[in-house]
Design a protein around this ligand. Structure first.
Ligand code: UGA
Length: 437
């Protein structure tokens, strides 16, 4: 199948490479010339495990090309819209300008029978509006909404073997020709047993925002429990293990710590609330305001705990922050809780050194005033307190005795509750977790 992928960010670049891997002829399109040049040279414009190897592999087959021109979509039969929908500046709502521009730019190149597949995360109601634009311009083409559930750091595997496929189509009928066409694109996954659900357009859009809202709620729930555990001296990690053994609850996404960040969860819950307000259903989602508030409180809590660790004053204290990315296996610092904490500590007079295996360049662009150090040992040297804020494996594996020899004062705040407190205490460290005695 000939496929175009419009937008080559996290979602589109991975999707284009994976579609080529599945045997399709793919053109990836993006207005960003540098990104396209990188991708055409099999270089990933961001850190994503396995992506560069995959780009190199599929490019030798000749099935994957890149272009900065939307006209390159002409001749493809399936067009995936993968552009970003960031939070609008100064508002909670999503900025749909990239989605609108991509669709309006694409329609002149559509042919009868073509399928436009929306993958971007959009406010409910967007797909119906976009379907009308397609219909007006090329009545024999169709628009289908196929939300994406990939996680950064696992994007290639999540795209090649998704846990479910959701197709939203006007009328929601399995018999729709667009459904058959997309089944051909995803034939390998479907044959491998991936469940596929066909819904109407608004349900498909809602599946995505509801899923991310649920995940955010789960994290804020356990972080609220961490606040209670702190108040009574209980241990939130054991609490999570115990409630997680109930299959109805499940242990995943119950890791208490400094909270969620990234380019998706925070902006998606806010856009969802904004959209519910427009629909007159804002009461239905007022709980998400609390989810957001609990999450943001985590960051201030870590700043306060660090002050306590530093005997009541941050002024002039050398603080080492392990981790800048919003989560491990990513160089993404969008709304990163780790960086946000680092910046707040710096503003309150601490001398902050940040280290991260992959995200330092992006972090330095975002917060140039912080000090960055590539080598973990150098970052730890002479620290008054160490904060583990992104749980990269190399930080989980740190040897407390070796680290003790580097720092000035053996004080560690485990912002992700991933270290063994007894091991660190035995090596002479003052250990603080979040919601752990
Ligand atoms: C999220 C969803 O998990 C994906 O399914 C979705 O496709 C994606 O957003 C998207 O909308 O594109 P992602 O942003 O890559 O994926 O990150 P997550 O793995 O969901 O982690 C989000 C944040 O929650 C991270 O900062 C992570 O550290 C934090 N987190 C996660 C916790 O604090 N505790 C947990 O137990 C789990």
């Amino acid at each position: 199948m000939r496929i175009s992928v419009i937008g080559c960010g996290y979602l589109g670049a991975v999707h284009a490479a994976c579609m080529a891997k599945l045997g399709h002829d793919v053109v990836g399109i993006d207005v960003d010339e540098t990104k396209i040049k990188d991708l055409a040279g099999a270089k990933a414009p961001f850190y994503e495990p396995g992506l560069e190897e995959l780009l190199a592999e599929v490019q030798t087959t000749g099935r994957l090309t890149f272009s900065t021109e939307l006209s390159a979509a002409e001749g493809s039969h399936v067009h995936f819209i993968c552009v970003g929908t960031p939070q609008k500046k100064g508002e909670n709502a999503a900025d749909l300008s990239y989605v609108n521009a991509a669709l309006h730019g694409l329609v002149p190149y559509l042919s009868p029978g073509d399928l436009v597949v929306g993958k971007s995360t959009v406010p409910v109601g967007t797909a119906t509006r976009l379907a009308e634009v397609v219909e007006e311009s090329e009545p024999a083409a169709h628009l289908l909404w196929n939300p994406e559930f990939l996680r950064e750091g696992h994007a290639v595997a999540d795209t090649l073997s998704p846990d479910r496929l959701v197709y939203g189509i006007e009328g929601g009928s399995e018999e729709h020709p667009a459904v058959q066409k997309l089944d051909e694109v995803y034939a390998a996954s479907i044959q491998a047993g991936t469940p596929r659900l066909v819904t109407d357009l608004p349900t498909a859009e809602l599946v995505k925002t509801a899923a991310n809202s649920f995940l955010a709620t789960k994290i804020s729930f356990i972080n609220a429990m961490a606040e209670l555990c702190d108040a009574v001296g209980a241990d939130v990690t054991l609490l999570a293990d115990a409630i997680g053994m109930d299959n109805r609850i499940g242990r995943r996404f119950l890791n208490a710590g400094i909270g969620f960040g990234g380019g998706c969860l925070p902006k998606d819950i806010r856009a969802f609330m904004a959209r519910a307000g427009e629909l007159g259903a804002d009461q239905a989602l007022t709980f998400l305001r609390e989810v957001d508030a609990i999450n943001m409180r985590r960051r201030s809590r870590v700043v306060e705990l660090t002050r306590e660790l530093c005997d009541g004053s941050l002024l002039g204290k050398r603080i080492t922050v392990l981790g800048a990315a919003f989560k491990p296996e990513s160089d993404d610092v969008r709304d990163s809780p780790a960086l946000s904490v680092a910046a707040q500590l710096q503003l309150q007079g601490a001398v902050v050194t940040v280290t991260d295996p992959e995200a330092l360049a992006n972090a330095a662009r975002r917060f140039p005033e912080l000090h960055y150090e590539h080598v973990t040992e150098s970052a730890l040297t002479r620290a008054n307190a160490v904060l583990l804020l992104t749980e990269w494996q190399e930080y989980r594996d740190l040897d407390p005795y070796e680290a003790a020899a580097l720092v000035s004062t053996c004080k560690i705040l485990d912002g992700r509750n991933v270290l063994d407190p007894s091991k660190w205490r035995a090596a002479g460290w003052t250990y603080r977790g979040l919601g752990r005695p």
